[in-house]
Design a protein around this ligand. Structure first.
Ligand code: ARG
Length: 458
């Protein structure tokens, strides 16, 4: 017999039970569901809607049910559809008809919205911490390789040299905004929907604020229809998760490129790579590839949730049961990626010499030569053209700017002096970008300080 069977004359078709049930996945919410129920019961007693004795019995029963779920003794069934009704059924089995008082003044609609918020609160905390751990790992590499220069790219063409530390710090700042976004959405997640009932509120004189306080919420959802029918807080999380994945995925792409023989800028630790079943020489950056690959499902979950919500009339609709799997999947996908990422970055070997060699053997100091000519009085547009000719000459002669003789380079402009060579070394080129946020060593040191302060403040 269904808990709601009174109005029905027939049992549900078994396929309908299977199709509409969510217990297979919403059992993940069991602990949150029971925590919410215990707070609800305490409120019912405090407001004298049920007796203290009944409340105590129900609370003890709920704890027993939790125990049985945890140790695998409890049978969770599709017949009872979802975690909420399974728990209620188990409670009634445990303590008898008094368990039937638990659902007084409550609906599964406000209950499920509550569970989702409780779950997401924990997920936000966990994920923020994991992102912070990754920032720490990146900062460790930053500090260990503070003066390492590597080519900076635009269009994946060598552009201007940058400090490796500067490059890594870019990710630290991206991740900082990610943590801030998670913190911002916390405010909107951390409100209690309980008391909204099915949609319109409840006839019982419940104390919504009391339940909110019991559960550590900052306040209550102001409008009962909104409380049970919106999942914008889930969308917000999925959107923030999508951005975190984007940032991770871009870093992954660089790790994959950098660990190729073509770049040879880094080596990932053996513990974070895998081999090939056929080719004995292979060492593949599988973790980085898979984190990049899993970005697809994280984006998919965001689009899926948005699409499910679009066009739903107020208030609750069964469609909304589709809010769970994508959210769980995103939380687990992100946690899995982040847990691996921090130690993978921490153990990464930075091939300082190869990075330096790459910078030495390219034209990424060409802008500096143009700037040098400007310093000697030439207009930038003219110096750009002169240096363009010098670069073309070097390409034809198979050499780089620093390989030229003074006489050779003077052939393009007589204002060039001996001091040009000191101007064009990788170190000089990097340190010349001495403006706030630039790649000069002292500016990178400023960024380290800012990043570390951010980390301790969030
Ligand atoms: N399993 C449902 C869900 O996840 C719980 C709410 C069901 N409410 C209802 N009126 N059928 O959305």
């Amino acid at each position: 017999m269904k808990l709601w069977g009174g109005r029905f004359t027939k049992p549900t078709n078994q396929l309908v039970d299977e199709y509409t049930a969510s217990i297979q996945f919403d059992k993940k919410l069991a602990a949150y569901d029971i925590k919410g129920s215990i707070a609800h019961v305490a409120m019912l007693a405090k407001c004298e809607i049920i007796s203290e004795d009944d409340a105590n019995e129900i609370t003890a029963g709920l704890k027993a049910v939790m125990e049985k779920i945890n140790n695998g003794e409890a049978v969770l069934s599709e017949e009872h559809e979802d975690i909420h009704m399974n728990v209620e059924k188990l409670l009634i089995d445990e303590i008898g008809p008094v368990g039937g008082k638990l659902h007084t003044g409550r609906s599964r609609n406000d209950q499920v919205a509550l569970d989702m918020r409780l779950y997401l609160r924990d997920a936000l905390m966990d994920i923020s911490q994991l992102v912070a751990n990754l920032q720490e790992a990146l900062l460790k590499q930053v500090k260990e390789n503070k003066e390492t220069v590597l080519p900076g790219y635009t269009h994946l063409q060598r552009a201007q040299p940058v400090l490796f530390a500067h490059h890594m710090l870019a990710y630290v700042f991206m991740l900082q905004r990610d943590v801030e976004r998670l913190g911002g959405s916390w405010k909107r997640v951390n409100k209690s929907p309980l008391g909204a009932g099915a949609l319109a509120g409840t006839t019982f004189a419940v104390d919504r604020q009391f339940v909110a306080d019991e559960l550590g919420f900052d306040g209550i959802c102001e409008n009962s229809l909104d409380a049970v029918s919106d999942r914008d807080f889930v969308v917000e999380f999925l959107g923030n998760a999508a951005l975190i994945s984007t940032h991770l995925s871009r870093l992954c792409e660089e790790l994959v490129q950098w660990s190729s023989a073509e770049f040879n800028f880094i080596e990932l630790d053996d513990a974070f790579c895998t081999g090939s079943s056929m080719m004995p020489q292979k060492k593949n950056p599988d973790v980085a590839e898979l984190v990049r690959g899993k970005t697809g499902r994280v984006y998919g979950n965001l689009i899926g949730m948005l699409t499910t919500l679009k066009g739903l009339p107020l208030a609750y609709n069964k469609d909304m049961q589709e809010d769970k799997e994508g959210m769980f999947d995103t939380v687990e996908t992100l946690k899995g990626a982040l847990a691996l990422f921090a130690p993978m970055m921490e153990t990464m070997d930075v091939k300082q010499k190869n990075m330096y060699e790459a910078v030495r053997n390219d034209f990424s100091n060409a802008t500096d030569l143009a700037d040098y000519l400007v310093g000697k009085g030439m207009a930038f547009r003219e110096s750009h053209a002169v240096v363009g000719e010098i670069v073309l000459h070097c390409i034809q002669k198979n050499k780089y700017l620093l390989d030229m003789t003074l006489q050779e380079i003077k052939g393009f402009s007589s204002i060039i002096e001996e001091d040009v060579f000191a101007y064009l070394t990788p170190e000089a080129v990097v340190n010349a970008r001495n403006i706030a946020g630039g790649t000069a060593l002292n500016r990178v040191e400023e960024q380290i300080t800012i990043a570390e302060t951010n980390l301790t403040e969030t």
